[in-house]
Design a protein around this ligand. Structure first.
Ligand SMILES: C[S@@+](CC[C@H](N)C(=O)[O-])C[C@H]1O[C@@H](n2cnc3c(N)ncnc32)[C@H](O)[C@@H]1O
Length: 280
């Protein structure tokens, strides 16, 4: 499933809109008059421009003043996601969050003296990478779905602009994050020995179990857009050949091990767990 339309909601972003429309070979619809409209009005406008076909969800880019979002136009709602590194909620979480005591920090082997270089092979919207970079790690990310890559690239750019004006500590974090649009397996196979990351982090898509409200809206949109990463077993094998120190796999708590391979140890949370594979 691919994005079929771009709605521009900020007149100042015409150049970016044209660039994206060409990249995705999709038409642009001008919704600049809705720059300050309520979400319901924007939803009505978007609906009036997409073909209604209830059996299949459709995806639309929305280019706001605050950045790029991808919306899934479904029968009864419009779910939208974006990569957010600079809203007040994210700033609050960054400043008051769990620090090095977080499970993800323990899983990658972060401690008071070491902040390893992490390669986040399955970056998505960059949430996990951002946590790790906030804790001092340098992080290289790959994302292979062009729509998701575009959201992530835009989120990083918007946060950089905001941080440059308002918060230099955010800029320092973003400088530790590097995005590469690539398939992870292809990327890892290009690495020379000296370029190999200390830690490879994998968080592939897992089949959705329920449509309940507990499934985060981001995940619902991702499941419709991407489906399942059915090649993730193979990714574990390549990751193990690439990681100098360890591979960390984030899984839903009840999911089987990737490639059926038992990890060296597991850190278990309420809904997720981290499987840690140490390099030999
Ligand atoms: C569950 S999401 C990752 C969420 C991410 N950890 C976060 O915090 O936002 C999985 C992402 O990995 C990407 N992905 C899966 N396999 C990949 C591969 N071989 N190469 C690059 N990206 C991949 C998918 O397109 C999807 O966006």
């Amino acid at each position: 499933m691919k994005a079929s339309l771009l709605v521009i909601l900020c007149p100042a972003k015409k150049v970016q809109a044209q660039f994206l429309a060409e990249q995705f070979s999709i038409p642009i619809v001008d919704g600049s008059h809705l720059a300050f409209a309520k979400p319901r009005e924007i939803e009505g406008f978007v609906r009036s421009h997409v073909e209604s076909n209830h059996s299949e969800p459709c995806f639309v880019f929305l280019l706001y003043k605050q950045g790029l979002a991808l919306a899934q136009v479904a029968e009864d709602n419009l779910l939208s996601v974006r990569a957010d590194f600079s809203s007040s909620t994210v700033n609050y979480r960054r400043q008051k969050g769990g620090g090095k005591g977080q499970m993800i920090a323990k899983a990658i082997g972060l401690n008071s003296t070491t902040a390893p270089h992490v390669y986040d092979a399955t970056a998505g919207l960059g949430g996990d990478s951002f946590v790790l970079a906030s804790l001092g790690c340098s992080v290289t990310m790959t994302e292979r779905v062009p729509e998701v890559n575009a959201l992530l690239a835009d989120g990083l750019r918007v946060a950089h602009e905001w941080g440059s004006e308002k918060d230099q500590s955010l800029v320092a974090i973003l400088k530790r994050m590097t995005l590469v649009e690539s398939d992870a397996a292809e990327y890892m196979q290009t690495l020379e020995d000296a370029e190999k990351p200390e830690v490879v982090y994998l968080d592939p898509m897992f089949p959705q179990r329920t449509k309940s409200a507990q499934v985060k809206k981001e995940m619902q949109v991702f499941h419709q857009l991407i489906g399942t990463d059915s090649d993730a077993d193979l990714l574990l094998q390549i990751a193990q050949e690439s990681a100098q120190k360890r591979v960390v796999v984030k899984r839903p708590r009840i999911a089987p091990f990737l490639a059926g391979q038992e990890p060296n140890y597991i850190l278990e949370g309420k809904s997720n767990r981290f499987d840690v594979y140490l390099s030999h």
